[in-house]
Design a binder for this molecule. Sequence first.
Ligand code: IMP
Length: 425
Amino acid sequence: MPVTVIVGSQWGDEGKGKITDLLSKDMDMVVRYQGGNNAGHTVVIGDKTFKLHLIPSGIFYPNVRCVIGNGVVVDPAVLIEEMEKLRVQGVDPSNLSISSRAHLIFPYHRLIDQAQEKKREAGRIGTTSRGIGPCYVDKINRRGIRVGDLYNLDTLKEKLLWNIQEKSFQLNNFYEFPVELNFDAILDEYLGYARFIKKHVIDDSGSLVKKAASEGKSVLLEGAQGTMLDVDHGTYPFVTSSNPVSGGACIGVGVGPTLINSVIGVVKAYLTRVGSGPFVTEINSEVGDFLREKGGEYGATTGRPRRCGWYDAVVMKYSNQLNGFTSLAITKLDVLDELPGIKICTAYKYGNQQIDHFPSDLKVLEQCEPVYEEMPGWKQDTTQVKTFDELPLNAKKYIQRLSQLSGAPVNLISIGAERGKIIKL
Ligand code: IMP
């Protein structure tokens, strides 16, 4: 049975939570592989809406083992709150495991995130302020404190002391962000979290996945954010600090690429982006406002309004190159139902050249203008449709064109937030 990776193929918020929830019912294990509580995965079940930030979206199925892999950065306060909230809503989170190799977010990470953004002024990235970037910085700088360190008091104290001294200096002096970090209070707080999560901590996520796969079980590796926010391949520096691309799954879980059988790209039928950074197909007119309101395009984590734009096939072709999609899941098709015409960006105009690759240089990207082809809308409600054949002709043509331009087949089409609103091809 296969190991599948699910990836956001654009700038995040493609609807991965819903697709993960759908696929999870046939899975034995779901593993998050990167990011942290900067993610917000929304799952609608009946009249209840769940927003998950850290816990894999497979948690709603009691037989599915959910794992937070080593590549995730964990804010334990958020994790515990999320577990408790699920319990109150009738979902049992006891089937959750956390890799001892995952790094922990501390209060000083959140403070540095805020202080950096303040100091950057006009150049700010528009982060989620959750301390994600500073935590990954410590990981790469070999200063990070991992989940496993919570159970070795000497190591924990030694690392925490170093970090508190270093971060106090940075915050108070370089960032001019006056704070007092209390070693004893933070240590006590984290020892409390350590006791709470102890029974969930496992040595290593990779060995679990490998074992499950060798026993013929199905495993879903769940990405967060999106390909264009990838720290290596996205619109750097307007990116997150991890690798959401499918290759990131190997690192963030601890398995080799040959274990992976399929890669599903989740694609919004139009495009959105939160935070700063270039966005060639952004719509600054009432059509953009229409998409935002009809699509409920407000951040699941921060509530910020998302920037909206037309579907960008240049981005998707690049995304397919980076991820190697075996299939696509198109979401929010119904948001386009009322539009008389729908644009697809097929290339960029840069000066007097036409380019069809995604430029690495942001100065070039900022000057690119979209080259559009326009397709007629279908002006019909699609939310009750059950099969591809039942879709209005123009909607079918739109889907076929997206598939053709991205170079991957479409296997799923989502036409509403609820679980049942899905067309399987
Ligand atoms: P950070 O991940 O909080 O450091 O934020 C860096 C950039 O990634 C900002 O532009 C955020 O808005 C964006 N970002 C982070 N997580 C998500 C997400 O889950 N969906 C969409 N954008 C995100």
